[in-house]
Design a protein around this ligand. Structure first.
Ligand code: HGY
Ligand code: MN
Ligand code: MN
Ligand code: MN
Length: 424
């Protein structure tokens, strides 16, 4: 059992590699993600944590608090830290797993501190691993934490389908869960007092000159302050499928041509609004033949902004423009919202406590917002939640180029251990 976060990360470096896309493809309940779950359970049990999986497929590894008179303290109001193991297609090594591996390594540090008497815990601690944080297989991000908190209705979740048409209900049944039991779980929510997620930084926050110390060093760790509101919309452009060779250019209603203009319109509309992000990262022509004019094109829109009202206005503008562009090509267009998460501001008291603790090891740790969604953002609707970010010198994420220096990963574990100690 290694207490070194970099050794823990190396141990899983070959799981779910994607030779075609590069990086990692670890969709929820795929062989790769199931292998990572087994790895986590084994590492947790090697630390004598009590591991269980709840009805929503969330794994909880408990470090109970022994009572003087024997037995252990009730798990109500525990301190919880964790993240996710699933990835986007062709994702980086750190998005998710770094938070899980750092939690294991932080528990090792805290156990040492408890042994020397430096740490006197007042409550139990749990490490949690949330399924389908990326929403890469079933289309809704943070599906596990949304089910737990009641942010998504079980019927809707169970009927979500993946690219093969397998429903979420079928996938969890195949993995030993009862679809009839998924959904809001107040009993499990009561176990959580505070939640802290460590995550690789996914933007350029820690890389921007603003955080370069006079000696040129840059803080390797930051504390999270907020998560931008973000949502996903599916646009379907319907045209006339036809033969690429026998159909004159004047006789076409080509949804691909409309879709291409819609992608451009998304970029223009988002670029015109300070701080907005608008992305179309997935386009699926039907039937998708080289010599075939598509009959339909599905495209997925991701829009984010710190102000939910701006996001709504931007999405409305894109909706209107997309309808116009489709009509100009003789096509029709429908748009449906698949998920939306409002901007989350983490609990100020908790953020301050995290910052004070983290600054013991990283004196200049800044407070940063993030444009990436996280389970901490979903849990924040129900319990005090906060985040720590570890520097990613590439400033790139959701890509094989995502990176964390080993020394920064160590600084992240120290920061997490200090933060957890302050809250335990
Ligand atoms: O999409 C996101 O922001 C997160 O990585 N799921
Ligand atoms: Mn993540
Ligand atoms: Mn991600
Ligand atoms: Mn996350």
């Amino acid at each position: 059992m290694s207490t070194d976060v970099n050794a823990l990360m190396s141990a899983i470096a070959d799981i779910g590699t994607d030779p075609k896309r590069g990086g990692y493809s670890r969709p929820v309940y795929s062989d790769a993600e199931l292998t990572l779950r087994e790895w986590f359970v084994a590492e947790a049990q090697a630390r004598r944590l009590d591991v269980r999986t709840d009805r929503n497929g969330i794994i909880w590894a408990w470090w109970d608090l022994p009572l003087a008179g024997g037995g252990v303290a009730p798990r109500q109001g525990a301190l919880v830290t964790g993240s996710h193991l699933d990835s986007v297609p062709g994702g980086g090594a750190f998005d998710g797993p770094l938070g899980v591996a750092s939690a294991l390594a932080a528990v090792d540090l805290l156990k040492q501190r408890e042994t020397t008497g430096a740490l006197k815990r007042r409550r139990p601690l749990a490490i949690s691993v949330f399924p389908e944080e990326e929403g890469s297989r079933f289309g809704v991000a943070c599906l596990g934490s949304r089910l737990l908190t009641g942010a998504i209705a079980p019927e809707r979740a169970l009927n979500l389908t993946d690219a093969e048409g397998i429903t979420f209900g079928e996938a969890i049944r195949k993995n030993g869960l009862d679809p009839a039991l998924v959904g809001h779980d107040p009993d499990t929510m009561r176990l959580i007092g505070d939640f802290v997620e460590l995550h690789v930084e996914q933007g350029r926050g820690l890389n921007t000159p603003g955080f370069t110390a006079p000696d040129g060093a840059q803080p390797p760790v930051a504390v999270g302050s907020s998560i931008l509101g973000h949502g996903r919309w599916r646009l379907s452009v319907h045209g006339q499928g036809n033969h690429a060779g026998t159909t004159l250019m004047t006789d076409r209603a080509d949804p691909m041509v409309a879709a291409a203009q819609i992608v451009l319109a998304v970029k223009q509309a988002a670029a015109a609004r300070e701080g907005a992000r608008g992305t179309v990262g997935r386009v699926e022509p039907v039937p998708g033949g080289t010599n075939v004019i598509a009959s339909r094109v599905d495209l997925w829109l991701d829009v984010r902004h710190p102000d939910d009202a701006v996001t709504a206005a931007l999405v409305e503008e894109i909706h209107r423009r997309a309808r116009e562009l489709a009509a100009a090509e003789g096509c029709t267009m429908t748009m449906t919202e698949e998920s939306y998460s409002r901007t989350v501001h983490f609990t100020p008291d908790l953020t301050r406590a995290l910052q004070d603790a983290v600054r013991r090891g990283t004196p200049r740790a800044p407070v940063l917002d993030t444009g990436a969604g996280h389970d901490a953002g979903v849990l924040a609707s129900a319990v005090p939640s906060g985040m720590l970010f570890v520097r990613n010198p590439s400033g790139i994420s959701h890509s094989p180029e995502e990176h964390v220096e080993p020394s920064d990963a160590d600084a992240g574990v120290l920061a997490l251990a200090d933060a957890l100690e302050a809250l335990l």
